[in-house]
Design a protein around this ligand. Structure first.
Ligand code: TYM
Length: 337
């Protein structure tokens, strides 16, 4: 596909692991940008189900959750007429390229990854090879599609850097094979914080249900969580680095409403925290109400979801195969014509 300048459209790739719930953190850090980019780029959004296997999953729950995430991709407004939406596990080239790229990645590079260190601490009884190798699978996701831009939150920056290193290393060893991708990270909302600890990232799998909010959560529950959000013991709503709870709420409300943090801080400055938290909660409820309704409709229509998934997988696979054959040829594997 071409854009109005007759230049081929650039390629955007991103994904979410189907673990826990899709939170407003994932929405603000990643999905919001996907929606902005999908018309001007050839976009590909995967459900990173193979990544989620690095921690133990209950098979029935995992299957249901992956499908639910897929329905949420559609419900937020990712349009299958514009973007390819698919399950990573339906395109075997991801794991194929992953093996090939493993042979161009050093163990030391993987053991240095922050996420590997964090997850190893949390899952001491299950430090499996997948956990160590996770960034190579992620690099494969991205490089398989000759991706130019990867819209993610700041926590994925290190994985993007290693992806670039692997691509550059391969290109230098052989000849240009992979596009070297750039991370696309918005300054505002690059990291949304927990509602219970505004110095920690809002996480999809936080065991404390009050720490995060799902994009398809019911309005009462959303309001309750915002009313309980941890802030500080002052009473003024201000943009100040030493007020992380308030900054987080301002960021959330700003993305929800499109108004600047400054304008919001000005409006709620002296009204007290209760009123401000109520307003933040309402802005979230308002934004996600249509998404929740659309989700409730789509999740009933499994035949449609599977049809979109099948079409997405076919389109993704067509592109993925091209890259894998190119890589195999460069490496010197014998081709079967
Ligand atoms: P995951 O599933 O942990 O998160 C999905 C996306 O949401 C962003 N994000 C956040 N942004 C702002 N504030 C937060 N609190 C927050 N929490 C999460 C993440 O940065 C991410 O963009 N490895 C990836 C999934 C993946 C992927 C890929 C991404 C697999 N293959 C290829 C891009 C390209 C992950 O675990 O994201």
């Amino acid at each position: 596909m071409e854009n109005s300048n007759n230049q081929p459209k650039k390629i955007v790739y991103s994904g979410i692991q189907p673990t826990g719930i899709i939170t407003i953190g994932n929405y603000i850090g990643a999905i919001d940008n996907w929606l902005k980019l999908q018309s001007d780029y050839n976009s590909i959004f995967g459900i990173a189900d193979l990544h989620a296997l690095t921690v133990r999953q209950n098979p029935a729950e995992f299957r249901a959750r992956a499908l639910s995430f897929f329905a949420q991709y559609l419900a937020v407004g990712i349009d299958p007429a514009k973007a390819i939406i698919y399950f990573q596990s339906h395109v075997p080239e991801h794991t194929e390229l992953s093996w090939l790229l493993n042979c161009y990645t050093y163990v030391g590079e993987m053991t240095r990854m922050t996420q590997f260190k964090d997850k190893s601490k949390k899952n001491e009884d299950n430090i499996n090879m997948g956990l160590l190798d996770y960034p190579v699978l992620m690099a494969s996701d991205i490089l398989l599609y000759q991706t130019d831009l990867v819209p993610v939150g700041i926590d994925q920056k290190q994985h993007l850097e290693i992806t670039r290193d692997i691509a550059t290393r391969f290109n230098n060893l052989y000849s240009p094979t992979f596009v070297v991708p750039e991370a696309y990270i918005s300054k505002q909302g690059e990291k949304v914080y927990s509602l219970q600890d505004p110095t920690a990232k809002m996480s999809k799998s936080d065991p404390d249900p009050n720490a995060s909010v799902a994009i398809i959560e019911d309005p009462d529950s959303i309001m309750r969580k915002f009313k309980r959000a941890v802030t500080d013991c002052e009473a003024t709503v201000e943009i100040r680095e030493d007020k992380p709870g308030i900054m987080n709420l301002l960021t959330i409300m700003s993305v929800m409403t499109g108004e600047s943090m400054e304008a919001l801080a000005e409006r709620y400055r002296d009204g007290g925290y209760a009123k401000f938290k109520q307003a933040v909660g309402e802005s979230v409820v308002e934004k996600f109400k249509p998404i929740r309704e659309e989700y409730n409709r789509l999740i009933q229509d499994k035949a449609y979801l599977m049809q979109v998934a099948k079409e997405g997988a076919d389109k993704a696979r067509y592109l993925a195969r091209k890259t894998v054959s190119k890589v195999k040829r460069k490496i010197g594997l014998v081709e079967l014509k």
